[in-house]
Design a protein around this ligand. Structure first.
Ligand SMILES: Cc1cc2nc3c(=O)[nH]c(=O)nc-3n(C[C@H](O)[C@H](O)[C@H](O)COP(=O)(O)OP(=O)(O)OC[C@H]3O[C@@H](n4cnc5c(N)ncnc54)[C@H](O)[C@@H]3O)c2cc1C
Length: 418
């Protein structure tokens, strides 16, 4: 129940940015309403493990209501925000209601961009939500099952080809994991096909994978992918995606499953804020992440674009969104206390990408790590960052089981087969 005279903070989105804003305002003398169209917070860095059958959705997604149950001044509403009226200071919900605010924090994230070819999404889904992960899992598993059925029934000999489009961290992680499934995890489970002969192809338009990392780490990542049997095609733009085939360098490549792992398109809510957005739809914000001319509105995380106090462009990473959420909560509290706001400074705690079992690359400032040491560190950091002891414990248990036995616990195709 709202207390009379208390200021009201509306947060749109319970991802890393929105959740950390809510946490920073927990227990403060404000009424907070967090609105999300999902009932859960998703730990996106481990989504690919759901897509590749290692983990189940419940291990990486936690109900927002449960995370914030101890924050008595924070209400969680399940609804989609469809409109924002910055002049009237209210947001519109899909269910038809308006919610007024004194402060608004917009943290609705981003999705993949298909560079003007949204029709490709049907054949090459991206990975952003739990639903995306289970959809990709279904497509990957069906590819194996249908290949087995076709081979057994002599229905044809379509090759068992997988394509991952985009050589950033997500593309590299998925390609490595799919190769690991085919070469190791299920190679004994199929009696007619030899899954070890599956082709896993990674297509990257630029000259190297993990282009945001130093060149030596890109090289290591490519080597590690190739050791796993992934075909890495750099300087290779995919120019067409259709059912069961993609076009690269004017050649059609037959594929049974495709994953899209490139391009960023900010939430369409960014276009309702009355400012000019960049090509990816991101909102340029002031140093404190507020909207120009509207100090009561903040846009944070993947939806915004900003150079921090050191002049460094803030990356679209969970770590940055968390830090922005925490600072936004603190700046709102500062406003209420009559204290000055602080500008945002990104604290880069390092980056890592894993490439299948025992392989990863990591960098922390000038430090570089590759191979098993990087992989172990990646695993420890991700378990530590997961929300909730139960999830940490169950993910650790699942990883150890899968590490020592090679088995995948979530080899489930939900729905009827095609
Ligand atoms: C597969 C993958 C792997 C990644 N790996 C890493 C990694 O290893 N390390 C790292 O630092 N970062 C990683 N990232 C990036 C990181 O997850 C994002 O930068 C971060 O989630 C951005 O946080 P955000 O709060 O801006 O948006 P999000 O976390 O995307 O949250 C947006 C929230 O808004 C909600 N929402 C959207 N529209 C509406 C609406 N209209 N109404 C109501 N609610 C709405 C969504 O349901 C969602 O809960 C990864 C991302 C992906 C997709």
């Amino acid at each position: 129940m709202a207390e009379q005279g208390r200021k009201k903070v509306v947060i749109v989105g319970g991802g890393f940015g929105g959740l950390y804003t809510a946490k920073a305002l927990a227990g403060k003398d404000v009424e907070v309403v967090l609105i999300d169209k999902k009932n859960h917070h998703t730990f996106q860095p481990l989504l690919y493990q759901v897509a590749t059958t290692v983990l189940s959705p419940g291990q990486i997604a936690t109900p927002l209501r449960r995370i914030l149950s101890g924050a008595t001044n924070v209400e969680v509403l399940l609804d989609e925000v469809t409109g924002i009226d910055v002049a009237a200071r209210k947001v519109q919900l899909k269910q038809g209601f308006d919610v007024a605010y004194d402060f608004l924090v917009v943290a609705a994230g981003a999705r993949h961009s298909y560079f003007g070819h949204d029709e490709w999404e049907e054949f090459a889904p991206g990975l952003k939500t739990v639903e995306d992960a289970t959809n990709i899992r279904r497509r990957l598993l069906l590819a194996f099952e249908l290949a087995e059925r076709e081979a057994f029934l002599h229905e044809g000999d379509k090759p068992l080809n997988f394509a991952v489009i985009g050589g950033g961290p997500t593309g590299v992680e998925i390609a490595g994991a799919v190769a690991d499934i085919a070469r190791r995890a299920v190679s004994n489970d199929f009696k007619t096909i030899d899954t070890r002969k599956a082709r896993v192809m990674l297509f990257e338009g630029s000259p190297r994978v993990l282009a945001m990392y130093p060149e030596e780490l890109s090289k290591k990542a490519q080597e590690q992918l190739e050791q796993l049997g992934v075909e890495v095609h750099t300087n290779s733009h995919v120019t067409m995606v259709e059912k069961d085939r993609i076009q690269v360098h004017d050649e059609w490549v037959p594929v049974r499953a495709v994953v899209w792992a490139t391009g960023v398109a900010a939430s369409p809510l960014s276009r309702l804020l009355g400012v000019t957005v960049d090509r990816a739809g991101r909102v340029p914000v002031e140093p404190d992440m507020s909207l120009a001319g509207h100090p009561e509105v903040f846009v944070i995380g993947d939806m915004s674009t900003l150079k921090d106090t050191a002049g460094v462009p803030v990356p679209g990473l969970g770590a940055a969104a968390m830090q922005q959420g925490t600072l936004t909560g603190a700046n709102i509290a500062a406003d209420l206390a009559g204290s000055p706001r602080k500008p945002f400074t990104y604290h880069d705690k390092g980056s890592m990408a894993t490439i299948g079992r025992n392989r990863a690359v990591a960098m922390f400032g000038k430090w570089r790590l590759t191979g098993f040491a990087a992989w172990l560190l990646w695993a420890l950091v991700h378990v530590y960052l997961l929300i909730g002891f139960r999830n940490r414990f169950s993910v650790m248990r699942e990883w150890m089981w899968s590490y020592f036995t090679g088995e995948r616990s979530a080899w489930l195709i939900t729905g009827d087969c095609d």
